[in-house]
Design a protein around this ligand. Structure first.
Ligand code: ZN
Length: 183
């Protein structure tokens, strides 16, 4: 893809995600706009993992649109093509299943994920660990936050070929987070 089209695709994905998440905030007390999370995940991929594949970066911006905004796979495929749609679908839990089952499936499905989906999943867990340590949902007791960190570690441990720099940052962040929570 030439440079102009890459930039265009990235901005189109960013605008689409911002539009779909427009009325949503993160679960933390500070109620950060949801789109900040999507941008953060893409930014980790570019800055920490050195990823410059625009399909992966666009999929990172869009990674929660199906799971959290009711965007359909058909829409994503029409707007962004089957490559990006496929990555987002790899990262979308089936919300018809009970929460515990969905969490278990993230671990069971991890080994089959494509490389792009693996790096997005890792950056997503890194961002979520930071949120749960520094800006947790109001109603989460300490124990739930600690268990969440433990679960992200099980998901990350099951990912095939994670980017080494991103993995290193995740591990350091997890360790610091556990210290902060006295876990
Ligand atoms: Zn996410």
């Amino acid at each position: 893809m030439d440079n102009g089209r890459s930039v265009e695709l990235l901005f189109r994905a960013l605008l689409f995600a911002a539009d779909r998440h427009a009325s949503q905030t993160r679960k933390g007390v500070t109620e950060i706009p949801y789109i900040n999370h999507c941008i953060q995940v893409a930014e980790y991929l570019a800055r920490v993992a050195g990823i410059d594949d625009v399909e992966i970066l666009a999929a990172a911006l869009l990674h929660d649109t199906v799971e959290d905004t009711g965007t359909t796979p058909e829409e994503l495929e029409r707007e962004f093509g089957s490559g990006i749609c496929g990555i987002v679908m790899e990262l979308s839990d089936d919300k018809r299943l009970p929460k515990q089952r969905r969490k278990q499936l993230q671990i069971e499905h991890a080994p089959q994920r494509s490389s792009g989906a693996v790096q997005i999943k890792l950056a997503d867990k890194l961002a979520n660990v930071i949120d749960v340590v520094d800006d947790p949902p109001r109603d989460w007791p300490l124990q739930r936050r600690i268990e969440y960190l433990d679960w992200t570690e099980r998901v990350v441990d099951s990912l095939p070929r994670p980017n080494p720099q991103l993995l290193e940052l995740y591990r350091r962040t997890l360790q610091a987070g556990r210290r902060k929570l006295n876990a």
